[in-house]
Design a protein around this ligand. Structure first.
Ligand code: MV4
Length: 493
């Protein structure tokens, strides 16, 4: 067992704040790091101590390993939590911390390295009975030979960069005549974007759902899963709405996917919290895509339905504790949704819309959670991710969680930047979303700027009807009151 008395959070914004809240709850001191534009950010004000890393660009602040290590040593922190993004999936950073006698709150170097390469990941899980999309399991060097393999797999084919991930470095090849040209492009793109030209091919699953499984493993060989998150509502590989559980998994399929995710974690000796991504085809067949070796943005929906604080679990595992529960102890309670509130204008092609947060009033109430890192009056820096907040709602049923989301969206008052709140309302009012019958093409298929106006108009129409009903009822009551009052007053005369 190791002791952790002080955690340096190598991140900013909502996730830095969220991690510190759990650390504080556990009696662990916190150190914030910040760039020059984040000097007065909530994560800095919340922390017990704070260290300035340097100028605003991440490459001069949040990504500089030397500065982070020095800040940890200077403040006497014994562990570093990387959050998501930045250095969270950087094996060099994890190794550096080990060399510096600092605890990296995350998985081991092997897991990060293996899962950072899609081909290495495929190789690692190959003996673990994990369903995979038909395709090649080695980097393609001979394009004409690959073309023959592609014919066997069948078109459309998807070319993926081994070093890619999250949708980067992918190309669809619709038919054989395009194969050679698309392959050449994919390889040169992979070389220029990732410095690694390794690409492979897979059958392109045309209308999948994106289902991911949360896993948790300790250093003593215990691994469990915490069920799934449905992440199909995304735009250009940027998730916008996530939920747990998925509306379409049967208990049997859930158990099967969960068990497969646990095996993926075991295949790379995983430790801590991780996420195994799958494609789900026809609500029935699932295929392993990749594993994310970090705490994910959308982890709160899992926390809401399991009652487990994932950051607390990460810290416990990093201290060397055994998991205090087994798979059988875990159950799903209720339903949770998350809307990512980005400072982007959904009416204008999701253009970044930064500026001053003139008005910022959070929705409140039972079943509403807001994870954010801003306060009213702050300027939103242009240097980082444009996500302002995560709006999370919880209900006993999916329907209740959706209703709560609609109320929370309308209670959320943001003036200054345009946000994706109206987009969230559009999703929550859409028939395909309500019925659960949607896939990764939801946004492309149904969303237009006009649909926001329509969904807004519909809301206004409903609001007008409610107002009218209330008015008529009030009028009736008012009449009664007047009558009563006049009778009463008459009686006094
Ligand atoms: C696929 C696929 C279809 N067929 N692989 C995108 C992110 C990366 N993790 C893998 N991705 C995909 N891989 C095969 N063989 C479709 C996607 C995909 C996707 C996956 C999850 C969520 C959104 C997506 C949007 C477009 C494509």
């Amino acid at each position: 067992m190791k002791t952790i008395t002080k955690i340096l959070v190598a991140n900013r914004g909502e996730i830095a704040l969220r991690i510190m809240k759990t650390a504080r709850k556990m009696g662990i001191a916190t150190v914030a790091v910040y760039s020059e534009v984040d000097r007065e950010a909530p994560h800095v004000l919340y922390a017990d101590e704070a260290v300035c890393l340097g100028p605003a660009p991440s490459s001069e602040s949040y990504l500089v390993m030397d500065k982070l290590v020095a800040a940890a040593h200077d403040t006497g922190a014994d562990a570093i939590h990387p959050g998501y993004g930045f250095l969270s999936e950087n094996a060099t950073f994890a190794q550096r911390l080990a060399d510096e006698n600092l605890i990296f709150i995350g998985p081991g170097i092997k897991a990060i390295t293996v899962m950072g390469s899609k081909l290495a990941a495929k190789e690692a899980v190959s003996d673990y009975d994990i369903p995979m999309v038909p395709g090649t399991d080695e980097a393609i060097t001979d394009i004409p030979a690959a073309k023959k393999l592609a014919a066997g797999i069948g078109y459309p084919i998807l070319v993926k960069a081994s070093a890619g991930g999250g949708g980067k470095g992918m190309r669809v090849v619709e038919q054989e005549s395009e194969f050679i040209e698309q392959m050449e492009r994919a390889i040169s793109e992979a070389e220029s974007s990732f410095g690694d030209g390794a690409v492979f091919i897979e059958k392109y699953v045309t209308s999948p759902r994106h289902i991911e499984i949360q896993v948790l493993a300790d250093q003593h060989g215990n691994t469990v899963h915490l069920f799934e998150r449905e992440c199909s509502i995304q735009r250009r590989h940027q998730k916008v709405v996530e939920e747990a559980p998925s509306a379409v998994l049967t208990p049997e399929l859930r158990a099967e996917m969960g068990a497969a995710a646990v095996r993926v974690a075991q295949a790379c000796d995983y430790e801590g919290a991780g996420t195994v991504e799958f494609l789900l085809e026809g609500n029935k067949h699932f295929y392993f895509l990749e594993m994310n070796t970090r705490l994910q943005v959308e982890h709160p929906v899992t926390e809401m339905i399991t009652g487990i604080d994932l950051v607390e679990q990460q810290i416990r595992v990093a201290r060397g504790e055994k998991l205090s529960f087994s798979q059988e102890d875990l159950t799903i309670h209720g339903h949770a949704l998350e809307l990512r509130v980005y400072a982007e204008d959904p009416m204008d092609n999701f253009l970044p819309s930064v500026g001053n947060l003139e008005t910022y009033i959070r929705p409140e109430g039972e079943g509403i959670r807001v994870d954010d890192g801003f306060e009213q009056g702050m300027d939103i820096p242009i240097y980082y991710d444009p996500m302002l907040a995560k709006l999370i709602t919880y209900g006993h049923t999916r329907k209740e969680a959706i209703e709560k989301m609609k109320v929370a969206i309308s209670d959320y008052k943001i003036k200054g930047p345009k946000t994706t709140l109206p987009f969230g309302a559009f999703v929550c009012n859409h028939e395909a979303f309500l019925s659960g019958d949607f896939d990764t093409h939801f946004v492309k298929k149904y969303f237009t700027p006009e649909s926001i106006e329509e969904s807004g108009a519909k809301e206004k129409e409903v609001a007008a009807k409610v107002a009218l009903k209330l008015y008529l009822e009030n009028k009736a009551v008012l009449k009664e009151n007047i009558k009563e009052n006049s009778e009463w007053s008459n009686s006094r005369v």
